[in-house]
Design a protein around this ligand. Structure first.
Ligand code: ASP
Length: 280
């Protein structure tokens, strides 16, 4: 059993050491809770649960504490992929919900598994997901000050390998902040989140770069075709160099390889590997 999570990029690290420490502590606590959960649950259940904990932590840009878009609204995107069934589900730009990953989980049981905008919200309400405003005073203050000059990415993600050897991946985001309404993040696409019977990957970074690099699906395909995870990640990252792609990756394979990488400092992540904690 293994679990790896990320909390996106930590671009405040040079200026706000306290926030960095708080994020690392939160990741450490959550990865332990995720691992405990994994002892008695499947990989799919565990990535969903663990991602919901990350969404509830307002330090990260997912669920509560998400970035505000250019029109003053928060829109959330999240996706889930089951390595056993190869089913992918997700919501894109949904408003006024607490845990988009739980709506993605609900969609797993439907033929129409990726919903966007108002349709996603109607589905959520019909399925008992109440109105919730994910905005925090901190994000509003940043928005009011128009702090969009530096990239502040704090998307969350989780990949788990369960006791049966099955993999799943989940990713959730509030987007990149100050985006044009309607912009689609990578997080609810197969570029940002992908898993099969061989590997699972969750990405963070600039969504447009992640989509251009087809990152998660490409890495999983390379591992499926026999490449080691580390090599598959590094090769895929070299392919985003020509356009200075801004990408962070966490991954696990069915035979127990664990790897993480980023193109720019610093993606924050944590891993519980057979009960041993590793984090940065
Ligand atoms: N990938 C996300 C997006 O572009 C942002 C992030 O990873 O923080 O919407």
């Amino acid at each position: 059993m293994k679990i790896i999570i990320h909390g996106g990029f930590f671009s405040e690290s040079n200026t706000n050491y306290e926030v960095k420490v708080a994020k690392q502590q939160a990741l450490t606590d959550i990865v332990k809770q995720g691992y405990e959960y994994l002892r008695t649950h499947t990989a799919l259940e565990t990535v969903t649960y663990t991602t919901s904990l990350l969404e509830d932590c307002d330090l990260f840009n997912a669920g509560t504490g998400s970035q505000i878009q250019s029109d003053g609204k928060i829109r959330l995107s999240a996706s889930l992929m089951d390595g056993v069934t190869s089913k992918f589900s997700g919501v894109i730009n949904i408003e006024d919900v607490k845990n988009p990953i739980l709506i993605a989980q609900k969609l797993m049981g439907y033929d129409d598994r990726v919903l966007s905008g108002n349709g996603a919200q109607v589905f959520a309400r019909e399925n008992g997901f109440d109105h919730y405003n994910p905005e925090t005073p901190q994000r509003r203050q940043e928005y009011e000050q128009k702090l969009h000059d530096s990239i502040r990415l704090g998307t969350v993600g989780c990949v788990a390998l369960d006791a049966q050897g099955n993999l799943a991946a989940a990713t959730s985001t509030g987007g990149k902040g100050f985006e044009i309404p309607g912009r689609v993040s990578d997080s609810a696409t197969v570029a940002g989140n992908y898993a099969n019977g061989f590997a699972g990957i969750s990405c963070t970074g600039v969504g447009e770069d992640i989509v251009s690099g087809a990152i998660a699906a490409k890495i999983v395909t390379r591992v499926t075709d026999g490449m080691k995870l580390q090599l598959a990640v590094e090769k895929t990252l070299t392919e985003v160099q020509p356009f200075d792609g801004f990408v962070g990756i966490i991954g696990l394979t069915a035979n127990g390889e664990v790897y993480h990488a980023d193109t720019h400092p610093y993606m924050v992540w944590a891993c519980y590997d057979e009960g041993v904690e590793v984090f940065s």
